[in-house]
Design a protein around this ligand. Structure first.
Ligand code: F6P
Length: 535
């Protein structure tokens, strides 16, 4: 706890120091940014200084980061509460053998990858077709990690689409599947049921709905299905032919699963070669994470900045602000990655954490957010560390002027958050408008920006498949490092269980088959009102 306390004291002592002041050192930007491959990570617009960084690096070292990292890549069962290894990295590094319980898992990983490639090539070429001809539309039914990864990445890589259209259905709200299937041709639609466990109620309910939709319209509904799961018996029981099933192992966590079969819809959209480029980008980030010194290691630096802001400066939330419309789903993806991984209240040994767990992550693409919630970022009483993500180049050369404006907005926001506007500057502006006396003073106060609001910027040339792979892997490892520092298990998710159980128990209450004995008055009254309104 010694380092921990030292960092708390340090955070207090630098709290009032304006971030801008740190730029009196002409090397500030270079000294507080790091590069790897296509990425530049600039964390100079934070109140981190050299001493703080040294302490944070020591914190990571003392937490046993090096050993934890080796354990993860080696296939050790670091997900102790589920007794599982954590090997999503194996899905993107197909050359290296990895052993779990003494068994080399890679031959199967390679075989599944090859089967996916064959399936995708055959389907894209029309050799695997629907009953009405070549597949034009793919509907991925899944939720959480079985949805967010492929949905986020498919949108992100829209410029590379040359395969069937992909749609994603996750919500058990019938509106989602209804609105998605409406307008699709069942004879040229492939439905992929993506569920690691193949028991998730939302996914299985939507899968049944899709089956009924197909059964009413095509002769052989089974032929329009594929499945992705770790549970081949359950996919068989659902009636999906084994050659249409792509399996994976329990050492791939749902929120870490886009790299393997769960990425099938993405592979169908962009093709196996582009998909492999994404894997290569992630594998390169893995290699960097394994060998780069901690103070130049991008995932480690992101984690240290995150822990600094959350645990020591007390900023409970983190805004992820991609200046990229195609990364619109990235905040939601990172929400699951970070909050399902590090939203834990006990340490690995079951004792209560003596500090806060991981941050609340939220965000929206810029510039849209600027016209919505940035008001609070600039002038609210709470400080929200912001993470700007931006490409130097778009994919539309004819719209380069729009991209320039996008980047200008991104850089302007981090500058404005840091620089702020003093009362004197605000007064001068009001005076220039002809105001004076108490009215000048009053109006000026509304126009003050406190500044010194921390942000980081992640910059890369262009959002290619390789860059996207690196970007996701960067965040995965960041979450891992944060979890190691907090001493928690980042790879289980027991916090989602209780709500699932209670929902199952409430369904018969809503249907009027169960009086709901033992339930609280609020829940029973709401259920009764719903029944009444449903008539
Ligand atoms: O409820 C949480 C969760 O288990 C996530 O961790 C997971 O990504 C999601 O549900 C979907 O699970 P499955 O792929 O088994 O349907």
């Amino acid at each position: 706890m010694h380092l921990w306390n030292e960092l708390i004291v340090r955070a207090k002592s630098v709290e009032a120091r304006p971030i801008l002041e740190l730029f009196e050192n002409p090397d500030r930007a270079a000294g507080f940014s790091a590069e790897f491959g296509p990425f530049l990570f600039d964390y100079s617009k934070t109140n981190l200084d050299a001493e703080t960084r040294t302490l944070l690096v020591q914190l990571a070292e003392h937490a046993g980061l090096a050993a934890a990292r080796t354990a993860m890549f080696s296939g050790a069962k670091i997900n102790e509460t589920e007794g599982r290894a954590v090997l999503h990295t194996a899905l993107r590094n197909l050359e290296t053998d990895v052993f779990v319980d003494g068994v080399n898992v890679m031959p199967e990983v390679r075989a599944t990858h090859a089967r996916m490639q064959d399936f995708v090539r055959d389907l894209r070429a029309g050799r695997i077709a629907g009953q009405g001809g070549a597949i034009t539309d793919v509907v991925n039914i899944g939720i959480g990690g079985s949805d967010l990864g492929p949905a986020m990445a498919t949108l992100a890589l829209a410029p590379y689409h040359d395969g069937p259209r992909c749609h994603f259905v996750s919500n058990v709200d019938g509106a989602h599947i209804h609105d998605t299937l409406r307008g699709l041709n069942p004879e040229t639609t492939l439905v992929i049921v993506a569920s690691k466990t193949f028991t998730t109620i939302e996914t299985m309910t939507n899968a049944e709905t899709a089956r009924a939709w197909l059964a009413a319209r095509v002769a052989d509904p089974g032929a329009q299905f594929a499945a992705i799961s770790t549970e081949p018996e359950r996919t068989a029981a659902f009636g999906i032919a084994p050659e249409r099933v792509f399996g994976f192992d329990d050492w791939v966590g749902g929120r870490y699963s886009v790299w393997g079969p769960i990425g099938l819809s993405l592979m169908l959209a962009i093709g196996p070669e582009r998909f492999d480029e994404m894997l290569a980008g992630a594998a390169a980030m893995d290699a960097h994470f394994r060998v780069a010194p901690l103070a130049q290691n991008l995932p480690v630096l992101l984690a240290l900045v995150g822990v600094w802001h959350n645990q020591f400066c007390g900023h409970a939330t983190r805004a992820v602000l991609p200046y990229d419309q195609r990364l619109a789903r990235l905040p939601a993806y990172l929400q699951q990655l970070e909050m399902e991984s590090n939203g834990k209240r006990v340490a690995m040994d079951g004792t209560s954490l003596p500090y806060n767990s991981g941050p609340v992550v939220w965000g929206e693409p810029g510039t849209n957010g600027q016209h919505a919630f940035y008001q609070l970022l600039h002038q609210g009483t709470r400080i929200v560390p912001c993470e700007f993500i931006v490409a130097a180049k778009g994919h539309e050369p004819e719209l380069a002027h729009q991209h320039r404006l996008l980047v200008a907005n991104c850089l302007a926001q981090s500058e404005a958050l840091m620089r702020g506007r003093s009362l004197d500057e605000a007064r001068a502006r009001m005076a220039a408008k002809g105001l004076e006396g108490p009215e000048l003073e009053r109006q000026a106060r509304h126009r003050v920006f406190p500044g010194s609001r921390p942000s980081t910027t992640l910059l890369y040339p262009q959002l290619t498949p390789e860059v996207l792979g690196g970007l996701i892997a960067l965040y995965e490892h960041r979450v891992f490092v944060e979890g190691v520092i907090l001493g928690i298990n980042s790879f289980d998710q027991w916090g989602v269980e209780l709500g699932k159980e209670l929902a199952l128990a409430l369904e018969p209450v809503l249907a009027g088959r169960d009086p709901g004995q033992g339930k609280d008055g609020s829940t029973l009254a709401l259920a009764a009102r719903v029944r009444g309104l449903q008539g």
